[in-house]
Design a binder for this molecule. Structure first.
Ligand SMILES: [Zn+2]
Length: 220
């Protein structure tokens, strides 16, 4: 019996619809940590899920978080059909989709198909915008299709102390404004890396006092 049954001629659905949720935020705001926590919570309830990722910081088919958690995952290559992937498994109740901003738009459509056609809950995590502060195509499609969109507000601060909002690409110590949309930073202290900045310093291109050397405190 539903609360509206006495007031409405529309019958209550037999069970809740599956949901497509998108959690976005700048780099290092805890998206992968939340993805792993959500997988743990659902698994503990006896639900069966798959964990997907693309371009994880580990460089392999794993979801890893800055705080040291990690889990094996399916690497989402461009040609992978996510509906076929799910249907190849006996039962999938939910998907955890990390780094969903890097998926193709077609794969985002497949996620919606899984929600609406197969009752699979999809929890997608990713960046909203690239280093040019322009939206990733997959993120845009998630904004358009998701039942719920949440901005993650784990404290990630610009060097000035303001809230970090945008991802800057730094090439040889200088903020880049043009280039390929996806360029994975080399973790071995290479020429390309990313910094989270407030809007003010993103727009002015000011990387703060650490522009010539990494902050010792931030890497400790
Ligand atoms: Zn700032």
């Amino acid at each position: 019996m539903s609360e509206t049954s006495a007031l409405s001629a529309v019958p209550a659905p037999p069970h809740r619809d599956a949901v497509l949720r998108f959690f976005h935020g700048p780099m290092d705001c805890g998206k992968s940590t939340l993805a792993l926590q959500m997988n743990y919570n659902h698994g503990r309830q006896g639900r069966r899920g798959l964990v997907l990722t693309k371009h994880d910081r580990s460089g392999g088919p794993r979801v890893t978080s800055r705080i040291g958690l990690g889990l094996e995952a399916v690497e989402v290559v461009d040609g992978l059909d996510l509906v076929e992937l799910v249907l190849a498994h006996a039962q999938v109740d939910y998907l955890i989709c990390d780094e969903a901003c890097f998926y193709t738009v077609a794969q985002i459509e497949q996620l919606a198909d899984l929600v609406d056609g197969h009752g699979v809950d999809v929890y997608a995590f990713g960046l909203a915008s690239d280093f040019r502060s322009q939206m990733f195509p997959a993120a845009q499609r998630l904004f358009e299709l998701a039942d719920e969109v949440s901005r993650l507000q784990v404290e990630v601060l610009c060097w000035c102390g303001r809230q970090g909002r945008l991802n800057a690409r730094v090439v040889d110590g200088v903020m880049a404004r043009t280039g390929e949309q996806v360029m994975i930073a080399d973790t071995d202290g290479a020429q390309v890396h990313y910094r989270v900045l407030c809007r003010r310093h993103y727009r002015s291109g000011d990387l703060g006092e650490s522009r010539s050397a990494p902050l010792a405190a931030s890497s400790a």
